[in-house]
Design a protein around this ligand. Structure first.
Ligand SMILES: [Zn+2]
Ligand SMILES: [Zn+2]
Length: 695
């Protein structure tokens, strides 16, 4: 376990400000890295700004700047945002660097020498109005896979499938909105199909991908891997391909290379290869990414590394998206809150870190940005349960006992409390290790509950009044040790406040080993408390309201995924309601509004099992793109074997009231055809992202 660990976040594009959606990933990465560092592991957090590609080239021109200066300006601003959110990276470099040019060219050379690059003519979209080839982001149209409108030319934001821009249906130039024409020029293709066997084996290795992601990747591999065009025609901001004037590396070729070149920037070439990226390196490389860029990271990137004789990633940790009212937050859909706006509103970076950590697991489940959820997590859990315990324990110790920690109480009840602290610490440690941050925070809050109960029951303040000074001192000293345990497990999430807490507790450094291995109490008798201050403050409601003016009723909290039925509120129906009262529907006919109450969503089956003593029933675990998967009981056992179901995308009635069937609380219903005497076939929607509405 002495392996050197290299952790990365996806590279933010240097084209605009960081927003709260981006921060989900950086906070998740940072908390994990801080945990590893706290446990003494040899870990680097390497990161960079993604600077190339047509959007930056064009936006720079619009702003009268060179692309270099434009990208560098955004890199600087993003870096400041990340530092203000306490993201503790070891480097935040740039892909527009000499190291990155060297490695992009070198990897291309190795792919070519291995016979994996083909040069062939390619028909591409060319805009005759703008007189240029249209790179992927500059042609939009209908997704060839799922039919979603207004998708970019490289990857669909709805079904996450990557494709060639010429596969788009009804394409238009995103600069002038005219339909483009096809024109031919020569391009370089990476022959991904050469790596089919390697990728099938690699992506099924234990621990590389979460099972929910592994299934879709398996589907992509089985569906056929296409050659990947890795060149673009100029004008293009990027690295020119050697011996191919006017051709540039596609930004998606050199962006992941930034992981390697930033490592080299930080530790030098020989250590970058010897310790981390060389095929012989005894390292563990972990990429944190969002579920929208799985195709690039699970297929293209490992194939490139494998072909170039470099170390392939050991884990690709995929998170879900930040959602508001069930929709992914994105610039194109508005409602974007930038990192800077959040801070400028006077809100606390650590409160957001705690909220994200309490909602993130190792699976690709979305994080709903709901105000109620933020209040519950921050005010009720972090402040009332954890921070208040610390204050209630340390304040009397400081005031009445000169801030001196004594030998902790040693009766049965006190020993039981400390045993629980150690037991929960073991759970928290394991959860952190597995990137199950949500579990870690839940166990920590449980620890807080039990500690508060102890303090309440023992009432050291009453003991002191009754003259039992020694008893009160011993109880408070045990509580000071519990406060130290809380500080240890909070440290990865609240690095700033827990630094203060460590000083309050006499400067005894936080160390998980002391709680996991057992042994003496961490605070030696005689430890003297420092100046006390609040560990965390409640979130300011007025400031939250200022940032998210939408009514909260729309946003779903992950703990209660079944939403009450709500009337459809499309603009059209609202307008109609103002101008005319609809006539009552004839008997047996429902109105559109009745139908719209039924919330149909795409569910991805993660697991299926038989139910003992129920011949017709299967118990399914289904991902609806929420905070956690749902359990749904379905009467399909006579028509499907359990092993046929994982990986299928089915249609779920998502807002049906929960029902208990044979002891299983079923939250939702599946749509299927057939029944009575014939075969039953589930309605399937392959290729559509879990949680998408079915209309
Ligand atoms: Zn699509
Ligand atoms: Zn155009």
């Amino acid at each position: 376990m002495a392996k050197k660990i290299l952790v990365t976040s996806a590279l933010p594009y240097a084209n605009g400000p960081a927003h709260l959606g981006h921060l989900v990933e950086y906070v998740q990465t940072d908390v994990w890295v801080r945990f590893l560092k706290l446990t003494g592991r040899d870990v680097l957090y390497v990161w960079a700004s993604d600077t190339h590609g047509a959007p930056i080239e064009i936006n720079a021109a619009k702003n009268g700047m060179t692309p270099d200066a434009f990208a560098e300006q955004w890199r600087g601003r993003q870096k400041q945002d990340f530092e203000d959110f306490l993201i503790g990276f070891d480097t935040f470099y740039t892909t527009n660097s000499p190291e990155n040019r060297k490695w992009a060219v070198e990897i291309f050379r190795r792919l070519k020498a291995g016979g994996h690059i083909e040069e062939k003519p390619l028909e591409q979209w060319y805009c005759e109005v703008d007189e240029r080839f249209l790179p992927d982001r500059f042609v939009k149209g209908t997704c060839p896979n799922c039919g979603a409108a207004d998708q970019y030319g490289d990857v669909c934001e709805v079904c996450n499938k990557a494709y060639a821009s010429t596969d788009l249906r009804e394409p238009y130039c995103s600069l002038c909105r005219n339909p483009p024409v096809r024109r031919t020029s020569n391009h370089f293709f990476f022959q991904l199909e050469h790596f089919r066997d390697f990728l099938a084996e690699y992506t099924s290795r234990e621990g590389v991908l979460h099972p929910a992601i592994r299934n879709s990747v398996k589907g992509w591999i089985e569906g056929g891997l296409h050659d990947w065009c890795i060149s673009r025609d100029g004008p293009y901001f990027g690295f020119e391909i050697p011996d191919a004037p006017g051709k540039y590396f596609y930004v998606w070729l050199d962006a992941p290379v930034g992981y390697l070149s930033s490592t080299e920037h930080l530790v030098g070439e020989s250590r970058a290869l010897g310790d981390y990226w060389g095929s012989e390196a005894d390292s563990r490389i972990v990429h944190f990414i969002g579920k929208d860029i799985v195709y690039f990271h699970a297929l293209f990137w490992p194939a490139m590394l494998h072909a170039a004789g470099l170390h392939v990633p050991d884990r690709i940790q995929v998170h879900g998206m930040l959602t508001l009212g069930g929709e992914k937050l994105s610039k194109s859909r508005g409602r974007m809150v930038t990192a800077r706006e959040y801070l400028d509103a006077g809100l606390d970076a650590e409160a957001l870190r705690w909220f994200y950590a309490s909602n993130l697991g190792a699976g690709p489940y979305d994080v709903p940005l709901a105000k109620d959820e933020i209040r519950n997590r921050v005010n009720a859990e972090l402040v009332k349960t954890l921070a208040n315990f610390v204050a209630r324990a340390l304040t009397p110790l400081k005031k009445d006992f000169d801030g001196r920690v004594a030998i902790p109480a040693d009766d049965q009840v006190s020993r039981e409390l400390w045993a629980r602290v150690l037991e929960l610490s073991g759970k928290i440690h394991q959860a952190y290790e597995a990137v199950e941050l949500r579990e870690a925070t839940q166990a920590l809050v449980q620890l807080g509950f039990e500690a508060n109960k102890y303090l309440q029951d023992r009432a050291p303040w009453s003991k002191r009044k009754a003259g039992d000074l020694e008893g009160a001192h011993a109880d408070l000293s045990l509580c000071a040790n519990v406060a130290w345990a809380i500080g240890t497990w909070l440290a990865p999430i609240l690095p700033r406040s827990t630094q203060r807490l460590a000083a309050m507790l006499g400067g005894v450094a936080f160390d998980p080993a002391k709680l996991v291995a057992g042994g003496d109490f961490p605070l030696p008798p005689g430890t003297t408390l420092g100046e006390l201050s609040h560990l965390a403050s409640p979130i300011d409601d007025a400031k939250l309201e200022q940032l998210w003016p939408e009514p909260d009723a729309e946003a779903a909290a992950p703990a209660t995924p079944v939403k009450p039925a709500r009337p459809a509120k499309t603009e059209k129906t609202e307008k109609a309601a103002v101008t005319a009262t609809p006539a009552p529907a004839p008997e047996g006919i429902i109105t559109y509004d009745d139908f719209a109450k039924v919330e149909l969503r795409v569910g991805h089956v993660l697991a299926a099992e038989r139910v003992p003593k129920a011949d017709k029933l299967l118990k399914l675990t289904i991902d609806l793109g929420e905070g956690a998967p749902r359990t749904i009981a379905a009467g399909i056992a006579e028509h499907y074997e359990p092993e046929q179901l994982p990986g299928k995308n089915v249609v779920v009635v998502a807002n049906l009231a929960p029902r208990t069937i044979r002891g299983i609380e079923s939250r939702g219903m599946l749509l299927a055809g057939g029944g009575d005497i014939g075969k039953v076939v589930l309605a399937e929607v392959p290729g559509i992202a879990p949680g998408s509405r079915v209309k």
